[in-house]
Write a protein that binds this ligand. Sequence first.
Ligand code: URA
Length: 273
Amino acid sequence: MPWGGHIVGPMSDSATYLRALLEWQVELGATEAICDAPLNRFEAPAAPVSLTRPASTAPSPSGGAAAIVMQPHDGPDPVAQARTAAAQADDLAELRAAMAAFDGCELKKGARNLVFADGIPGAPVMIIGDSPGRNEDAAGKPFIGQAGQLLDRMFAAIGMGREMAGSPIYITNILPWQPPGNRDPEPEEIAMMMPFVERHIELVAPKVLVAMGNVSCLALLGKKGITRLRGTWDTALGLPVLPMFHPAYLLRNPAAKRDAWHDLLQLQAKLRG
Ligand code: URA
């Protein structure tokens, strides 16, 4: 049945057709059914904040995308606001609260939940993805969809897991809110959330970071091109960083799982060494 065509006859109300219509909406980025009582998530906030404010000039300690200089604009600087809020967080609970209270990023308005982290704080490996998808947005937990399940299987293969006693991992994202329609994060969004990511890393204090995919590499290392970067140790915030293919990429390109396995073995060797 062609999409968007005028439907006449019994097919128009068949379960198959209705299901196809629903799937089409999901493809377009719809994340929930509309209820009887309307909910205006885009109601004007007291002080709307644009994504194009001037960044503070101090370079980001990670040297990554937080060093992006945004266009001059009147009003508060969300990067400076984020930096102040993040610096005041003395532990992970305070950091989570500071992120939940941060109104500088428009993505918050369209998200159902703040997706903070999963796993054990203090784990030797901290995995950093890009941004939550639909499942993560609904549950408030990172990497629980298909890509997350693959991530779990990948780490289980080297004896590690979110809650695994003795070899836990800790998982978070560069952005805590789902971008609409799962689009890539904008540089300004990355820049304004980086102070929180950097504080997050300090508080978790892992031995190594895994940068999952291009967005994470750009944010942490200021570098693009995961195919070239993957498997080669780098440094951010004084910690070793291993860029790896994002599991969503591996789902689309199963042949690259071979490279991912090589990278997992490198990670294992680093932790043992
Ligand atoms: N992809 C990510 O980068 N993070 C998630 O939490 C889910 C999918």
